[in-house]
Design a protein around this ligand. Sequence first.
Ligand SMILES: C[S@@+](CC[C@H](N)C(=O)[O-])C[C@H]1O[C@@H](n2cnc3c(N)ncnc32)[C@H](O)[C@@H]1O
Length: 313
Amino acid sequence: MKLEQIHIPVLLKEVLEYLDLKPGKIVFDGTLGGAGHTVEIFKAIAPTGKLIAVDHDSLAISTASSLFKDCRNIFFSKGNFADVKRIIKSFGINRLDGFFIDIGLSSIQIDKSGRGFSYIRDEKLDMRMDEDNPLSAFKVVNEYSEQKLKEIFFKFGEEKYSLRIARNITLSRKDKPVETTGQLNKIIENSIPAKEKFSKRGHPSKRIFQAIRIEVNKELENLARAIDEGFEVLNKGGRMVIISYHSLEDRIVKNKFIGFSGKCTCPSGLPVCICGAKKQAEILTKRIITPSDEEISNNKRAASAKLRAIEKL
Ligand SMILES: C[S@@+](CC[C@H](N)C(=O)[O-])C[C@H]1O[C@@H](n2cnc3c(N)ncnc32)[C@H](O)[C@@H]1O
């Protein structure tokens, strides 16, 4: 078997350690991407282990399938990691020893897909990770109401000029649709006071593009459902490891894990617990795991990564 990585995997050593991999284990990798983690997970559980590798981007599936063409015991599925129960069942698998997701975008999607994920390039407004998704960035930008755009920008981009940007988008599209990332970028830049454009918070288009991408790909809903479904099918002693890249995602992971760990989440002051907290997992990452300075200097895209892990009891 000769497998070469085609993507720099983030926090690789830590992922392998927290998944506690051994030959024979059954692992779900819900974010195949450039197969960076997948290759190493596969090696660690071979020759008897089974790996279910999923991505909703067919480019990731076709690239990785050819990489693994001579390998047995790896099962590819183009799908949503939130459908983990249905996906593993389709391969005759009911339980998992490991569940791993490394959410966000792969380098291939940012640099080569031409789907307008970055405001730095002028591309078609698309932002779908799954090209079968009926919702695209074009639809969001050209069909959502001013109010709905404002809400998305505020909630998913934490942008204080959300209303101005939403208003300028709706004004601009009255003449003709906003078709490219370049046009959208210009509208955003023109909505922000000059002195704020290069503030410490970074370029405003970064936040607005992030917000639109989260909406198009339903990223937060999928993450929450994936954690619930993945935990349900995990064996006792099985590990769940998640890497996220922004605070909204990390908050979901953190709160779900706290819930599984049995910590009472009732409002303070109640005489008895009513939230039904039950200890079902041990949190393995009491302190959140982040990349070293050395890793960040070798791979800038690792900078905002946060890893959390639990073991099912
Ligand atoms: C950061 S990349 C993964 C990189 C990979 N771990 C590696 O080292 O090469 C994230 C990948 O997850 C995929 N993805 C994001 N959300 C998904 C979802 N809900 N279901 C399936 N795949 C998803 C994206 O299409 C992308 O290819």
